[in-house]
Structure formats: structure tokens, C-alpha cells
Design a protein around this ligand. Structure first.
Ligand code: NDP
Length: 326
């Protein structure tokens, strides 16, 4: 099997030389085990902060894939079945069958299985529970989401529309902004080219925002908090603008708007909703099949291009979910 290891801890923005591809031998299967072959691998922002906190140099990069069972000594998994596995950046690996999420054998033929890593997987569920449970979005409200053309953000905006809200999104290129308009965002702007973020947020919703789904943190969040309506709710989902910092950013000092607008702000991690996974995927799948929830995937071909796909995603080169096809 081929694996990618973290050769050198990232300093600032990750570089391809921080990774190393290795060949590893696999043992023979024991009873209860199965051999999995990766078909699609996910590259996600969390890998950047996770590597710093929880990995040492030489460890295999963590990550999730859609994998096919190629050999099985486990009666619960037939050869040819597909599962979502936390196997790391590996082409092949042996599993004991625990912690695998089987894809239903009735997976709709019209949909790529890679959606189990995006709109119908962890990012889609993050949008679903973050918006409905954390933001407690209600019909008629105004929702703001940043990194809006990405895996999580694009689902957030469309779910808010399905839920009867006005949606404002921002992203880092004009083509992404055009995409947001195409999939139903009421207002969208390019945060890299606006002369004033403050002005752009005011113009997009002069009366402010009831819900803010924050994927970015940092300066954007510090400015956006001042545009919340009274009793507004902020779901702190991610802080991608801070993941590559070598020196921590200063501020924001949010106490004054938090107090006077009586805001609620809650950080969350999607795995806390693991028990609701089935319900969430069912709801998302229904909307996808009805054509109400559109998806786009940025597919990079070739396992050898894992680091490039990961770095490209951090730079914003992806529209929708960044996926690697082996
Ligand atoms: P995306 O598909 O949105 O890809 C990342 C995007 O972030 C890029 O395409 C880029 O888009 C944007 N970005 C990168 N750097 C910056 C920056 N400095 N300022 C603003 N935008 C930036 O990734 P995901 O949808 O998978 O994840 C989005 C966020 O959600 C991340 O912060 C992630 O950590 C978080 N997350 C949290 C989870 C949880 O359980 N709490 C679960 C899953 C994700 P652009 O061109 O617009 O800049």
C-alpha cells in the first residue's frame, strides 16, 4: 500500500515538501478483518490544526475515505461493499470492521459515492446540525455564512433557503460568487476584492443578521459580529483564516456587542451529533434527490496528488468539496 506521512510539521502554510509518500507492506488478514481499497479520499481544513495538536513527524496523515472491500474475513462486510472509513491517507489498509460507516447498497446510481465525504457526509451534517441545532434558524430570518462556496458553506446557504430564510454568503473569487447566486443565495460578495467588509455586510443586509455561521473566524468574524441583530446567534464552526498563523492574531474583543445585543455564540464539533447521523443524511439525501440541494465537487485525480489537493483547498482553489480520486 502507499501512504502519505507528515514528514515535517507545518510552519505557516503547508508545503509539498512537508509530506512524504511511502510504500508499506500489509499483513495477511486475520479472522474478523477486511482489506479496504480507497476510492475517494477527503482533504479537509481540520487536518491542518489537528496535525499540530495531535500528530508527530512520521505519522500517517489522518483522514476519511470512501473505500471498497477487496478481501473479507468479516461476515458483516461482503467483498465489493463500500464504506466510509477513517483510514488516513492510504491506498489500502486492514480494518477490524469497527467504526466503519457502510454506504447503503441502494446508493442512488445518479449520485457519485464521493458525496458520502461531502454533501451527504461530515461537511453536510456540519451544515445541517450547525444551522438547525446550533443557530436555531427560523423561517424569515437572515443568515450570513462565509467560505460559502466550500463544502460546508454551500450546504449551509442552501439549507437556509430551504428553511425559508434570506441568505448572504461570501467567498474568495468572482466565479465562486457567481456560483453562489446560481444556487440561490440572495446576496453574495467577494471578500478579497470589496473595499470595506463592513460596508459590504451592511449593504447585503441593512437590518443585520439573525444567524451567522462562521467558518472563517479572525478579522471577518470580528467585523461581522457588529452586524448581528439583537438576540442573534453565532455558530462557531471553523476558523480557517487562523489555521496557518505562526503568531496568534490579536482580538477580537467581542464583549460589547455580545452584551448589548444579547448574542449567543456557540462552538461545536459535528461528531457530537453522531447519533443523529442517519437522520441528517436521510434529510440531506431527500433534498439532493429533489434537486433542492445542489452539489459541486473539486476532484483531483491521483493519490500522488493528495498534498497538492490539500494545499489547494487551504488556498481556496476548490469550489464545493475537495476530493481526491485514486
Ligand atoms: P471548504 O470546502 O470551505 O474549503 C476551505 C475554504 O476556505 C477555501 O476554499 C477558501 O475559500 C476558504 N478560505 C481559506 N482561507 C481563508 C481565509 N484566510 N479567509 C477566508 N476564507 C478562507 O472547507 P470545509 O467546508 O470543509 O470547511 C469550512 C470550515 O468549516 C473550516 O473552517 C473547517 O475547519 C470547518 N469545519 C468544522 C467542522 C466542525 O465540526 N466544527 C466540521 C467541518 C468543517 P475562499 O475562496 O472563499 O477563500
Amino acid at each position: 500500500a502507499k501512504v502519505w506521512v507528515l514528514k515535517k510539521h507545518f510552519e505557516g502554510f503547508p508545503k509539498t515538501s512537508d509530506f512524504e509518500m511511502k510504500q508499506v507492506a500489509l499483513a495477511n488478514l486475520k479472522d474478523g478483518e477486511l482489506l479496504l481499497e480507497s476510492v475517494f479520499l477527503s482533504v479537509d481544513p481540520y487536518m491542518r490544526p489537528y496535525s499540530k495538536r495531535d500528530m508527530k513527524e512520521g505519522d500517517v496523515m489522518i483522514g476519511t475515505q470512501v473505500a471498497r472491500v477487496v478481501e473479507s474475513k468479516n461476515p458483516a462486510f461482503a467483498v465489493g461493499a463500500f464504506v466510509v472509513a477513517d483510514g488516513g491517507w492510504r491506498t489500502h489498509f486492514i480494518s477490524d470492521g469497527k467504526d466503519l460507516n457502510p454506504l447503503p447498497p441502494s446508493w442512488p446510481e445518479s449520485l457519485p459515492r464521493s458525496l458520502a465525504l461531502g454533501t451527504l457526509g461530515m461537511p453536510g451534517l456540519t451544515a445541517y446540525f450547525g444551522l438547525f441545532d446550533v443557530c436555531k434558524m427560523k423561517p424569515g430570518e437572515t443568515v450570513l455564512v462565509n467560505a460559502a462556496a466550500g463544502a460546508v458553506g454551500s450546504v449551509v446557504g442552501q439549507l437556509a433557503k430551504i428553511g425559508g430564510c434570506k441568505v448572504v454568503g461570501c467567498a474568495g473569487s468572482d466565479s465562486k460568487v457567481a456560483y453562489l447566486k446560481k444556487i440561490g443565495f440572495d446576496e453574495a460578495f467577494n471578500y478579497r476584492t470589496v473595499t470595506s467588509l463592513d460596508e459590504a455586510l451592511r449593504k447585503a443586509s441593512p437590518h443585520g443578521y439573525d444567524c451567522f455561521f462562521d467558518n472563517v473566524g479572525g478579522e471577518f468574524a470580528s467585523i461581522a459580529i457588529n452586524h448581528m441583530k439583537k438576540y442573534g446567534r453565532i455558530a462557531v464552526c471553523g476558523a480557517i483564516s487562523q489555521y496557518n498563523d505562526t503568531v496568534p492574531q490579536k482580538g477580537p474583543y467581542i464583549q460589547i456587542p455580545m452584551i448589548f445585543k444579547e448574542l449567543s455564540m456557540k462552538g461545536f464539533i459535528v461528531t457530537s451529533w453522531n447519533n443523529g447521523r442517519e437522520e441528517g443524511v436521510k434529510a440531506l439525501l431527500k433534498w439532493v434527490l429533489e434537486g433542492k440541494l445542489k452539489y459541486h465537487e473539486q476532484v483531483t485525480e491521483g493519490f500522488e496528488n493528495m498534498p497538492a489537493a490539500f494545499i489547494g483547498m487551504l488556498k481556496g482553489e476548490n469550489l464545493g468539496k475537495a476530493i481526491v480520486k485514486v
